[in-house]
Design a protein around this ligand. Structure first.
Ligand SMILES: Cc1cn([C@H]2C[C@H](O)[C@@H](COP(=O)(O)OP(=O)(O)O[C@H]3O[C@H](CO)[C@@H](O)[C@H](O)[C@H]3O)O2)c(=O)[nH]c1=O
Length: 346
């Protein structure tokens, strides 16, 4: 029986990973550790909260003593580390919280692992660090990020994630910690906090508010449905090679403006609005400082080594996502108003 600690399990990607592991591996104990910051939300896990193999632990990875106490109490033997500040615009306004959570928080976890699992690490134990393709910086019109692309982060968020990746690798080299890292492209799907492009624009279209597109909108991202990311994490956790890195992406590049136009078309149909009504809301605004031009992932390694590939097309994933937000308007209202946070603080 494994005792798997999943950090950040109340967040967007984390909640999908927790659900998949709780349902697929009833023989594992799954511990969801989350600080429940603005983007964390236990409402996303209502369907599994009473499962016998699931435990929620409220703690902040910045608090090293709290982390050690939990290691002492629960003797975790595997970690999937997703807890992170993740929004680029927030990192531009306040870089320090990104240093604290993403860098120091990760090092706190690594130190706890060293203390409780070391000095002779058993290879059945594994520290799995979830990261982003943003560590590689920006591409021109050609080429793809591979696992060998040098790191060149441009935003404070990307720099904090790059730093945490380096710390994980350094613990592998210095202390022989068994680890694996994956770097994924842009995720979308149910339960994403409406500060990110897709849920923000869905929410604004519903409310007939303008759609604030940075600059000319000719920025390119590779998009992956969050459940496909969770499935990739499952495979890498179980079968990924020790001390290696996997890039995860959908081979699904879109310029922001083109993506938003497709989203607008879908929303017009779902909301019974006149064709073109949602697109009229598109408003070009001042660009994001240091805006990375293009991200595109070469996901050949994970495909060849582990047989992973996305299971839904972008159109299917977008439709599912829009349907989820239309059916869960209360979730959206509560998370935006901060109601869930107030509830967590009570
Ligand atoms: C929120 C927002 C975004 N954008 C643009 C900026 C980007 O080119 C694109 C996507 O923006 P975001 O949704 O903020 O995501 P991006 O900056 O690419 O970063 C995401 O994708 C990364 C993986 O590539 C993750 O590591 C990050 O945590 C995640 O936030 O849309 C707009 O034009 N207007 C907006 O209001």
């Amino acid at each position: 029986m494994k005792k798997v600690l999943i950090t950040g399990g109340a967040g967007f990607i984390g909640s999908h990973v927790v659900r998949l592991f709780v349902n697929k591996y009833p023989e594992y104990q799954i511990y969801n550790l989350d600080a429940l910051t603005y983007a964390g939300n236990l409402e996303s896990l209502k369907d599994i909260e009473k499962a016998a193999n699931y435990t929620f632990l409220k703690a902040d990875i910045n608090n090293s003593q709290a982390i050690e106490d939990l290691f002492m109490e629960f003797a975790f033997d595997n970690i999937i580390h997703l807890a992170a500040e993740s929004h680029v615009d927030r990192s531009i306004n306040d870089p320090m919280i990104f240093v604290k959570t993403n860098v120091i928080g990760t090092v706190n976890l690594l130190n706890a692992v060293r203390k409780f699992w070391g000095p002779n690490f058993d290879n059945n134990k594994r520290f799995y660090h979830i990261s982003t393709d943003e560590v590689y910086g920006s591409l021109g019109t050609e080429g793809l990020f591979t696992e060998k692309t040098p790191y060149s982060p441009n935003s404070p968020y990307a720099a904090s994630k790059a730093s945490s990746d380096h710390f994980v690798r350094s613990y592998g080299e210095t202390y022989n910690l068994p680890y694996v890292i994956s770097n994924c492209s842009n995720n979308y799907g149910p339960n994403q906090f409406p500060e990110k492009l897709i849920p923000l624009f869905i929410s604004n279209i519903i409310e007939n508010k303008s759609l604030p597109l940075y600059g000319d909108g000719n920025y390119t991202r590779d998009w992956l449905f969050v459940i496909d990311h969770a499935k990739a994490i499952d495979l890498i956790f179980h079968k990924g090679l020790n001390k290696s890195t996997y890039n995860i992406g959908g081979f699904n590049e879109w310029k922001n403006l083109d993506l938003v136009k497709v989203l607008c078309e879908i929303m017009d149909v779902k909301l019974n609005r006149q064709k073109g009504a949602s697109a009229k809301l598109i408003t070009h605004i001042e660009d994001r400082p240091g805006h990375d031009k293009r991200y595109a992932i070469d996901a050949t390694k994970i495909n060849k080594e582990l047989g992973w590939e996305p299971s839904v097309t972008f159109r299917e994933g977008l439709e599912k996502t829009v349907d989820w937000y239309l059916e869960n308007s209360e979730w959206m209202q509560n998370i935006v108003s901060g109601k869930y946070q107030k509830y967590h603080m009570d």
